[in-house]
Design a protein around this ligand. Structure first.
Ligand code: URA
Length: 232
């Protein structure tokens, strides 16, 4: 059961405040009857909702690309910090969660969805989904360190990291592609070769590339083409 105003904004009929106006004006019908109460409860898959006499098809699952800014935590609730879900509250979907995590001080691509199977698929360690990070470091990277990162390094766990790809951008910046998602992995990998991450941004994941036109904190739905790429 979902509130009617949430249901309507979730179905992209309008923002929560626009939807309230539409309800007041009697533009919304549930099972053929005008309903004006925003808190009216909708039974998904059963009740038929129309707006201006046109039936609305509700999307059960939604997929957003978020450009996570610094200072926001990859959680759905937090007693102190702003969360990534707070950034997407205007979507009307209160049941979104991030696909994986980025540290509070990490920026960039985070997929937000309410589709648990999709998230599970992308995060499964067996799937080895590529994640590409733009990394700025405190010191220059020696060739032997680059090779060590590519081969796999000891980050204090049972197993070294899996082979990675390092592409140099400048003396102190690289693109690093990894296929795992261990805790603080990039920072620990750089530490393992005596360096330090000073800026970290995820720019791609599983074939999905961050839309650079999104400002920090900006988000948009994934296109069908992007969805197709990610299902490969
Ligand atoms: N690796 C890190 O160290 N931090 C992140 O946020 C993501 C990958």
């Amino acid at each position: 059961m979902l509130r009617l105003d949430k249901w309507l904004s979730g179905a992209n009929v309008g923002s929560r405040s626009q939807v309230k106006e539409y309800l007041k004006k009697g533009l919304v019908k549930v099972n053929g009857e005008v309903v004006r109460e925003p808190e009216y409860k909708i039974e998904e898959g059963k009740d038929r909702v129309s707006f201006r006499e046109k039936e609305i098809i509700y999307k059960k699952y939604v997929y957003y690309m978020l450009n996570k800014p610094k200072g926001v935590v990859s959680a759905t609730r937090d007693p102190i910090d702003e969360t990534v879900l707070d950034l997407l509250k205007d979507t009307g979907y209160g049941n979104l969660f991030p696909v994986g995590r980025l540290d509070k001080d990490t920026e960039g691509l985070l997929i937000m969805t309410n589709d648990g199977d999709f998230a599970h698929h992308l995060l499964s360690p067996k799937k080895h989904v590529d994640k590409v990070y733009y990394v700025e470091m405190a010191g220059p990277m020696a060739e032997e360190d680059r090779k060590a990162l590519e081969a796999g390094v000891d980050i204090g766990e049972k197993k070294p990291t899996l082979p990675a790809k390092v592409e140099r951008i400048s003396d102190t910046s690289i693109y690093l592609t990894i296929t795992e998602g261990r805790y603080h992995q990039v920072k620990r990998m750089l530490k393992a070769v005596g360096n330090e991450v000073v800026y970290l941004k995820r720019i791609a994941m599983g074939g999905l590339v961050l839309d650079e036109s999104l400002p920090g904190g900006g988000y948009r739905e994934l296109t069908e083409e992007e969805m197709r790429k990610m299902r490969v």
